[in-house]
Design a protein around this ligand. Structure first.
Ligand code: 13P
Ligand code: SF4
Length: 365
């Protein structure tokens, strides 16, 4: 049995057929992955891509997947919002989520008739595990008449208690939209206290939040950014809005993973640092060979649970299938679908902190 613990159903070897099927994919990652290393992956990649055709499956790959997954087997690549939209739109019968569990649940909620697979049941999220549906019910009792906006990084039972979902790419627009619809200037935005504080800085709405945090982004500090700038004069700093506001205050641009990627593509800075998960820099660098990347980053242990080997195992054995209780799924679908249906206009949000605007409360259990 190989070290990763999965025995492929068909013996995998680097044959001429495998080379013919994968050489064009290697071109996408050749600037990063040595040929010898690629040759180890190529049989698995070829088998995964064959199985996708056999089983009418697509792989939705989040921007934090490693480049072998992202570029060689991912059919759709993007941030949480883009992947949710693909999950709703695809004709494929099977969705393999190359991301974390809440993303797979979101896909299942949007496409209940499809088989949704997550290659590792251990691919969780510190935000999703910070709050439960019961917590949201208590919040609603504490703040009657205040709409609840929930970040997609939550479980289905939390979404089911929610008026509308958001992601980091549309959070400001969603908050403005729901407040206008409800005729109120207060909103509950949970569970990421930092995203909520960064959204509060961009709107005049009164934001109540929850004491959750992303274990990857909360570790960055303003001092980290100052040190990076001191060591790399002229570097352009891009940060994810799950980082604390003090970090965003030191950045040149702050937006979702796809917004950061779009910034690099259009602006082509001479050198850049992405204050986010490590694989982002690898993936964005491959598409922007003229840009130099400064590499401090934090790994997400949950995203890194997904590997080529367990994607292959998922497709061969049709595991682990994601199920959501139909009653919860139907309620959660309304909240996710409302977000998906919102027309997003204008350029990606660049989160700019306003020193005089912050959340009005950070609630906890
Ligand atoms: P986005 O891809 O929506 O920016 O979210 C990042 C994230 O933390 C996913 O886990
Ligand atoms: Fe969750 Fe943070 Fe990992 Fe995203 S990066 S999956 S928010 S722990």
């Amino acid at each position: 049995m190989p070290a990763h613990g999965f025995e492929a159903e068909v013996p995998l070897a680097l044959t001429d057929e495998v080379r013919a099927k994968t050489d064009h994919l290697y071109d996408r990652v050749a600037n990063l992955i040595p040929r010898l290393e690629w040759d180890l992956h190529a049989p698995t990649i070829a088998r995964i891509n064959d199985l996708k055709v056999e089983k009418n499956a697509v792989i939705l790959a989040h921007n934090y997947m490693t480049p072998d997954i992202f570029y060689a087997v991912g059919d759709f690549r993007g941030d949480s919002l883009q992947l949710a939209k693909e999950a709703a739109a695809t004709d494929a019968q099977v969705i393999v989520q190359a991301g974390v569990h809440f993303m797979a649940e979101t896909s299942k909620i949007l496409s209940p008739e499809k088989t949704v697979l997550i290659p590792s049941m251990e691919a969780g999220c510190s935000l999703a595990s910070s709050i439960t549906g019961a917590d949201v019910r208590l919040l609603k009792q504490r703040y009657p008449g205040v709409p609840v906006v929930t970040y997609v990084n939550t479980t289905a039972d939390v979404k089911a208690e929610t008026d509308i979902c958001c992601t980091s790419s549309n959070a400001v627009q969603v908050v403005e939209h729901i407040c206008a619809e409800w005729g109120t200037d207060q909103v509950i935005l949970i569970p990421d206290q930092y995203l909520a504080r960064n959204v509060a800085a961009m709107t005049d709405k009164k934001v109540i939040t929850w004491a959750g945090a992303c274990e990857v982004h909360e570790r960055f500090t303003a001092e980290d950014i100052r040190e990076i700038r001191a060591g790399n004069p002229g570097v352009v700093v891009l940060a994810h809005p799950e980082c604390p506001p003090e970090v965003l205050a030191e950045a040149d641009f702050a937006g979702s993973t796809s917004a950061m990627s779009g910034y690099v593509k259009t602006e082509q800075p001479k050198n850049v640092v992405l204050i986010t998960e490590c694989s982002m820099s690898d993936n964005v660098a491959l598409e922007n060979p003229g840009v130099e990347f400064v590499r401090p980053c934090n790994l997400c242990p949950h995203m890194k649970r997904i590997t080529l080997e367990n994607i292959l195992h998922a497709l061969e054995t049709m595991t682990h299938e994601v199920h959501v209780d139909p009653v919860i799924a139907e309620k959660a679908r309304l909240a996710v679908q409302r977000m998906v249906d919102l027309p997003l206009s204008g350029p990606a949000t660049n989160f700019r902190p306003h020193a005089d605007r912050d959340v009005i409360a950070i609630e906890h259990r």
